[in-house]
Design a protein around this ligand. Structure first.
Ligand SMILES: Cc1cc2nc3c(=O)[nH]c(=O)nc-3n(C[C@H](O)[C@H](O)[C@H](O)COP(=O)(O)O)c2cc1C
Length: 327
């Protein structure tokens, strides 16, 4: 059975171990969304922790989907030179780095995007400040194209994989959740309709990046709110995402945020989904202890583990894990 330090290949990406630095927004980009020296240093440090894979924080696919004024962008070819410097630096010390692409939907604020935020329905987001408007079908279609363009830019910039953000109450999660989607068209109502936007994004991204480039999907598998998505929905959704062409399901949750109680607080999602899909599963959430992380892998519950805040607190986490695992 694979453990923390077993290598893994996902499409044309080879990882030396199963430890992933998940996206953790530092919000140190320039106001045009470009890489800055501060961000370059931040990600250089993250890659030097010896994790198998570092994923860049969520980058907006268009200006309407931006959640923070210092958020990284993946919406314009003008940003490529900066990202190429970052990916070359990480590759120069044999690191592997991916990009996460996102649209904030109704979680965006007017003061950041300069206009009324938009999403599936006119329902205020749990973390939102403004009453949003409902996106029209043409706008949905344009956003799908923007996700594809962002994935293409990430690939061109030298990132080794791309992750579509479908969790934590952002746009794709908003469309999937019955709490935030009250539409009556083909993007709302039944589960089949609510997942449509995500599936179109996956298909568009795949079309742009080609069959050999790794595409992860961060799935908000449980809204953790009364009346929201549950693990039973996640099971159903996971099968459709796999069919649409996702290579790795990165399981997370929380319509109002990603936090939870105790170590491995989303492991129940992996337990429900791993047995029914034939692609690698990544699990993140409160994992601190290397032996706990290793057990998740060895017991076949997951294929990759995300270690976020524990790595931010201790950049020697991986080295210490080696010592622990060697007894
Ligand atoms: C400050 C901060 C920023 C985050 N930014 C992102 C993000 O950009 N994209 C994302 O998918 N998750 C984001 N997350 C969630 C993390 O990727 C991770 O799922 C979460 O922190 C739980 O894992 P951990 O307990 O190992 O930190 C963020 C978390 C924190 C604490």
């Amino acid at each position: 059975m694979a453990g923390l330090f077993s290598p893994i290949s996902i499409k044309n990406m080879k990882l030396k171990n199963r430890i992933v630095f998940p996206p953790i927004a530092a919000y140190k980009a320039s106001i045009s969304g470009a890489l800055t020296d501060e961000l370059m240093k931040e990600y250089g440090n993250r890659a030097k922790t010896s994790v198998g894979l570092v994923i860049l924080e969520h980058a907006f696919v268009n200006m309407q989907g931006r959640v923070n004024i210092r958020q990284a962008g993946m919406h314009s070819g003008d940003l490529l030179d900066g990202y190429k410097r970052l990916t070359s630096m990480v590759h120069s010390f044999q690191g592997v780095i991916g990009a996460q692409i996102n649209h904030g939907g109704t979680a965006c604020r007017r003061e950041v995007i300069g206009t009324q935020p938009a999403g599936p329905s006119c329902i205020k987001h749990p973390r939102g400040t403004d009453l949003p408007r409902e996106m029209g079908e043409a706008e949905i279609h344009r956003t799908v194209v923007d996700f594809g363009r962002a994935a293409g830019l990430a690939k061109e910039a030298g990132f080794d994989m791309v992750e579509i953000h479908g969790a934590h109450g952002y746009l794709l999660n908003q469309f999937l959740s019955p709490l935030t989607n009250r539409r009556h068209d083909k993007y709302g109502g039944s589960r089949e309709n609510r997942i449509r936007f995500s599936l179109e994004v996956v298909e568009e991204v795949r079309k742009v990046v080609g069959k050999d480039y790794p595409v992860f999907f961060r799935l908000g598998g449980d809204d953790r709110m009364y009346g929201g998505l549950t693990v039973e929905d996640a099971h159903w959704v996971a099968l459709r995402l796999v069919r649409a062409g996702v290579d790795v399901l990165d399981l997370s949750g929380g319509l109002g945020g990603y936090d939870g109680q105790g170590q491995g607080y989303f492991v129940y999602l992996a337990e429900a989904i791993k047995p029914v899909v034939d692609i690698p599963i990544m699990i993140t959430g409160g994992i601190k202890d290397p032996a706990f992380a290793n057990h998740l892998l060895e017991s076949g519950k997951a294929d990759l583990v995300g270690i976020g805040r524990a790595l931010l607190q201790d950049c020697r986490w991986v080295e210490k894990a080696v010592e622990v695992m060697q007894g």
